[in-house]
Ligand binder design. Structure first.
Ligand code: FE2
Ligand code: FE2
Length: 205
């Protein structure tokens, strides 16, 4: 046995065998287009929600009895955003190109509603969360009826976040938001229409 062959045999022994069995690390595969749309729009929605509460708190600060409840809802929205940022990374989904617009529009809607008072800010929450509950329920229905979809973790994430949004809607109602939406149905419907348009756009662009 020549010296080169002996050296090769020694080298082979000191290399962990798993290094060969694992092979090159594969990048996670990209989610199908329909799933990409779902993740993209949910991330956009949570991003906009964060901006709405930022706008409300910039105006209301700690000046109203509703401030604490609004701050708590804002904290939940930040957690939702972090969660969808993770899902986007895992599934290799790009964010919507419209984030800069949702940044400004979200803040403007939040600050604008808060300038009319805490009740109007809560009315904004009620109207937004009514649309978002419907949106997340639609997604859950689509995913559960898709026989090729088996990501139970994503289903749990969406249903847990949907429950948080329902709790926000109820908190908004407790602070008089529901009454305010009923007093100004045209403003409420305009806001809901804008939100449904933003959902449609964020899925596609
Ligand atoms: Fe949220
Ligand atoms: Fe929410």
């Amino acid at each position: 046995m020549n010296s080169i062959r002996i050296w090769n045999m020694r080298a082979a022994r000191i290399v962990p065998s798993s290094r060969y069995s694992e092979g090159p690390k594969e990048a996670p595969s990209r989610a199908p287009e329909s799933l990409q749309r779902i993740v993209r729009v949910d991330h956009a929605g949570e991003y906009a929600a964060d901006r709405i509460y930022a706008g409300q708190m910039a105006v209301l600060r700690d000046k109203t009895p509703a401030s604490e409840a609004i701050r708590e809802m804002w904290e939940t929205e930040k957690e939702h955003l972090v969660e969808f940022e993770r899902v986007m990374r895992d599934k290799r989904v790009r964010p919507t190109a419209l984030l800069p617009i949702w940044n400004l529009a979200g803040f403007a809607v939040g600050a604008g509603s808060a300038l009319l008072g805490a009740k109007a800010a809560m009315a904004c929450t009620v109207a937004v969360e009514e649309v978002i509950e419907e949106h997340y329920n639609d997604q859950l229905r689509i995913l559960m009826n898709d026989e090729n979809f088996d990501d139970s973790e994503l289903l749990n994430t969406i249903s847990k976040i949907r429950d948080d949004e329902v709790a926000h809607r109820d908190a908004g109602s407790e602070f008089g938001g529901k009454e305010a939406t009923e007093s100004y149905p045209s403003v409420t419907n305009l806001l809901k229409m804008g939100l449904r348009t933003a959902i449609w756009l964020s899925e596609r662009f």
